[in-house]
Structures are given as C-alpha cells and as structure tokens.
Design a protein around this ligand. Structure first.
Ligand SMILES: [Mn+2]
Length: 418
C-alpha cells in the first residue's frame, strides 16, 4: 500500500486582478491565499504520511516579482524533505523554462522532469514509475503525451502532464491530447495539470485534473484543493481534499417574489446563509447576481448604489467579517415583460403599439407637427402641460418612454384605470 498527493496549478503569488478599484477588498487575505494553501498542502502530505507528492505544472504564475516567491516554495519543499517525502515536478505554460529568468537551486527531494524530452523516474521500493515532461516554452502546441515512454511492466505507472486535453473553455490550448492517447499508454494513473476546475476524465485508469489549490478570482469558484490517491494492491482510491483558505462563489438571488425592501434583504440574506453554512468558517468572496421578473426591478435600477449597500449590509449581518461582496449584478427583468409574454391583454397591446410608434418616423414627425400646432393655438394655456417640452422629435420619443413607464407602474400596482 502507498499514498501520494496529486496537485497542480499553485500559481504562487499570482497578482491580484480587477481589485484595484474595490477599496473594501481584503487584498492581503487574497494575496496571501496561494501561499497559505501550499502550507496546508504540505501539512496534509505530512499528516497523511504520503510516500510522495506530484505537482503537474504551474507552480508559479510567471516571472517572480522577487526571490521571495522561490524561497517560499523551496522552504515548503524542505519541510517535506525533513519527512523524506520526495516531490515530482513538471513546469507548465506559466512557469515554462523560458518564462522564468530568476532561479534558485531546488531542495534535493524535488525531482524536476526535463523540458526537452520525456523522462522516467522509478521508486523501486514502492514499485512506482513516473513519466513526465515539462514545458520548455509557454506555447507548447504539440501533443507531448504521444512521445511518453511505454509503461514499465510490473510497476504502478504514473503519467505527469500539463495539458488542455481535448480543449476546455477558458483555458489556452497547450499540449493538447485525446483521453484515448493517455489511456492507450497503459499507465495506471494520469496526473494532469492546467485546467483549474477539478475534473475526472477517465476511470480505470484514472485520468484527472486535480484543479488548482486556491481560487484566485470569481471565475475560480468553490472548494479548491488536491487529490489524495491511495493504491492498495491493484485498487486505486481517490479523495479530493480541500486546502484553500478563501473561497469565491456566485450567489443567485431570485427576486421574483420580492415586493418590498424587506423581502429583498431577507432573500439576499437567505442566499448568503446558505453559502456560509456550506463553507463554514471560510472567508468568502461573493458575487451576488440578482435575477427574476420582479416588481422591484424599477427601484433596483433607479438606485443601484443603495441596493449594493443593502447587500453589503445584509452580508455584515449574516457573517460579519467573513463575507466580502465582490460585485452585485443587476440582472432582474421588469414585470411588464411578463404581461408582454402573456400577450393578448390590453396592456400588452398598448405597450406594443407604443413600441411600434417609437420606430415609425412618419408617426413621430406627424405627432410632433400636430403637437407643435396645438401648442401654438393654445399658447400660454398649456404652459403647465408636458407638451411644452416638445422641442424636437427626440422629445416625442422620451414622452413615449414616460407613457410606457406610467402604464407599467400603474398596471403592477393596480392603478391602470386612473
Ligand atoms: Mn497552465
């Protein structure tokens, strides 16, 4: 029996993107998260007494800002060295040999695969053979897996590869390969890196992306970590183990049944309660997406700043310092759409004719001319009426818009007859 951990895409000290204009962002917490996740990974390896660690590329996000990034990684590896845990490492597109000019000697327990050709390392006392090749340049477009060596007979063979596999949305196509290419090698396990969302591509043999250790922005949501692999006789069991220290999450809040500000707050709080319960104790970076065909639509649109702050207010009540609101997205729809969808009723017809009128230049010109002549005939009598602000055809359009708004508002609160 032996155990190992498969991880990938550490992106240590990855720079913060898109947070500069968010003054309330917990920058330090986010900035330090990739390092803390690596410390958790090291602790996990030691606690589980794993026989070795496999890192499938992208330890670094790119060129180090300074040497502290490399020093930190090496200090973590040294902790594993103290426990006689070897580390098998390949470079990925982000930390390809040509991308990083600063360099430090690696601790002796870290074995880095060549970037020129596939290499094989064997651990004889465990009967394990590891095959791998790192990225020489950022853009590796060829199928690296094809030139990996055949399986070593009688050994547990592990392929270590940084790849986009058969293509994944949001990830560059590097070292592409088909799952069948990997399966046909006859290995027992493929430790893949590059895709940040955990995904098992094949079972028996297992081919999988462990996902990244720590989410870095709103496109890397949910629990992040590594895969603990136990091999007992011929049996391979996997366990996903979280090591992240801060989680990104998008909360959908359906406001269809919300009529008042209190309804708004309680629905938003409910959604946040749910996420905090599922991620007990974790700091959360939340994006709140407000959806639904709702009576509140108009009010939300009129005062987004207020409602953004109502969300922050609710967050503070749900979990004081644990929730940071990354963004509030206003994706609700007005009730008027609902009656338009229903069709056939008087309001829908009326709204449709207004829309048609607004697109008809002949109508707009005639209407404008008529109103002008009415204005001239009535002179000072109409000063207090809306018609006085009709100075161009553009004004007719805004008048039609206002008419629609009034119809919609009155229909939703039952004052259509007024
Ligand atoms: Mn990558």
């Amino acid at each position: 029996m032996f155990k190992f951990v498969h991880c990938a895409d550490l992106h240590l000290d990855s720079p913060l993107r898109g947070l500069s204009n968010k003054e309330d962002a917990p920058e330090d917490q986010i900035r330090s998260a990739t390092r803390k996740a690596l410390l958790n990974l090291v602790d996990l390896c030691i606690e589980e007494g794993v026989n070795f660690l496999v890192i499938a590329g992208d330890v670094y996000d790119g060129e180090w800002q300074d040497y502290s990034t490399g020093l930190f990684f090496n200090s973590c590896m040294a902790k594993l060295s103290d426990r006689d845990i070897p580390v098998y490492l390949i470079s990925g597109n982000h930390d390809a040999a040509s991308n990083i000019s600063r360099r430090l000697v690696l601790p002796q327990n870290v074995i880095q695969f060549s970037v020129d050709a596939p290499e094989t390392y064997v651990i004889d006392d465990l009967g394990v053979a590891l095959h791998g090749q790192g990225f020489k340049h950022r853009e590796v477009r060829e199928n690296l897996a094809l030139s990996y060596p055949p399986a070593v007979p009688g050994y547990f063979n592990i392929g270590v590869l940084h790849t986009s596999a058969d293509g994944r949305e949001g990830h560059e196509t590097y070292a592409p390969c088909r799952v069948e290419d990997l399966v046909e090698k006859g290995y027992d396990y493929w430790a893949l890196g590059h895709i940040h969302k955990r995904e098992v591509l094949h079972e028996n043999p297992y081919v999988l992306f462990s996902g990244n250790l720590q989410g870095r922005h709103i496109r890397e949501t949910g629990e992040k970590g590594c895969t603990l692999v136990t091999v007992d006789g011929g049996r391979v069991t996997l366990e996903h183990r979280p090591v992240d220290v801060l989680r990104w999450h998008e909360c959908l809040v359906d406001l269809s049944d919300a009529h008042t500000d209190d309804d708004f707050t309680s629905l938003v709080s409910e959604a946040m309660d749910d996420v905090t319960a599922k991620n007990a104790g974790y700091p959360l970076a939340l994006r709140i997406r407000l959806v639904g065909t709702t009576q509140l639509h108009g009010r939300l649109r009129e005062d987004m700043e207020k409602y953004h702050n109502e969300v922050r207010n609710a967050a503070a009540m749900v979990a004081q310092d644990l929730i940071w609101i990354e963004k509030v997205k206003f994706d609700t729809r007005p009730w008027a759409n609902r009656s338009q969808e229903v069709g056939g009723d008087a309001l829908a017809h009326l709204l449709k004719s207004i829309d048609a009128a607004a697109k008809d230049p002949d109508f707009l010109n005639q209407f404008f001319a008529q109103m002008k002549s009415v204005q001239q005939k009535l002179g000072s009598y109409i000063k207090s009426m809306d018609a006085t602000r009709l100075n161009s055809v553009e004004d007719v359009l805004s008048l039609l818009d206002d008419a629609k708004e009034i119809l919609i508002t009155r229909s939703t609160d039952g004052r259509l007859g007024e």
